[in-house]
Design a protein around this ligand. Structure first.
Ligand code: 4EH
Length: 231
């Protein structure tokens, strides 16, 4: 039977999921907690990585290589770049890039290193399933470009630069790491984020206020997706 990895960065992003699992078994590995269990009969492994690209890379790799997950779904919150995105709205990544990767001194574009890619696409099948689930639930799922970097962006200028340079619609701190790992290891992956702030001068304030509610919106959607994947 297939085993689905469900990953977040912060405890708030995965608690609503862990609370709904049956037969949960927790394993400590590499200074992270991995929760194996089932959701409506579907085997899942759930973990939060801690914040940022390096921790996210470690956790995605462990979910695949140690726990044998054959698909990975990420759930969490993001800062909005696109004006159409409001707090609580859902966005799924069509592709992801690293906005803080810069060897432009050697004539390369932002986000590029040799033998890498500026952007990595998520799995089309998982995106289609997500759109089916959204339709059933009467929700709108925006598909767009998500930019990842090791910065909490709370600055209009930086946010606009990321928007124009990468065509990004939202930003966060882990998604592109998951993309790099899953792409390299040939594991279909999906990145969902609910907006918690607009990456502007009010970002830290809005983030604190909306982290829990937006994380829950994303987590609930992921659980509906697991139901659909288990059919
Ligand atoms: O995991 C990090 C969290 C913020 S840092 C990335 N997450 C939330 C997404 C996100 C984000 N990333 C960059 C939401 N809004 C963002 C933004 N810029 N504006 C954090 C948060 N709380 C305590 C400690 N660190």
């Amino acid at each position: 039977m297939s085993k689905i990895a469900i990953m977040g960065a912060m405890p708030e992003e995965i608690e609503p999921i862990i609370n709904k699992l049956d037969n949960v078994d927790m394993t400590l590995y590499g200074a992270n907690k991995y929760y194996e269990g089932s959701y409506h009969g579907q085997e899942v492994v759930v973990a939060y990585s801690k914040i940022g690209k390096v921790f996210a890379t470690l956790t995605a790799t462990v979910l695949i290589e140690k726990f044998g997950c054959d698909r990975l779904l990420f759930s969490g919150v993001a800062g909005a770049i696109n004006d159409e995105l409001n707090i609580g709205d859902l966005i799924i990544a069509k592709s992801l890039c690293q906005h803080d990767l810069d060897i432009t001194a050697f004539g390369h574009p932002f986000g590029y290193v040799p033998e890498g890619d500026v952007s990595i696409d998520t799995d089309q099948t998982l995106r289609n399933i997500a759109q089916d689930v959204a339709k059933q639930k009467g929700l709108t799922l925006k598909e767009g470009i998500i930019a990842t970097g090791d910065q909490f962006v709370a600055n209009e200028e930086r946010k606009n630069w990321i928007g124009t340079t990468f065509g990004a619609d939202a930003l966060e701190m882990e998604g592109a790491s998951v993309a790099v790992v899953c792409n390299a290891l040939n594991v279909p992956f999906f990145i969902l984020r609910a907006i918690s702030d607009s990456a502007d001068m009010d970002a830290s304030f809005n983030f604190d206020e909306f982290l829990e509610s937006s994380a829950k919106i994303s987590a609930d959607f992921i659980l509906s997706m697991v139901d659909e994947l288990g059919r």
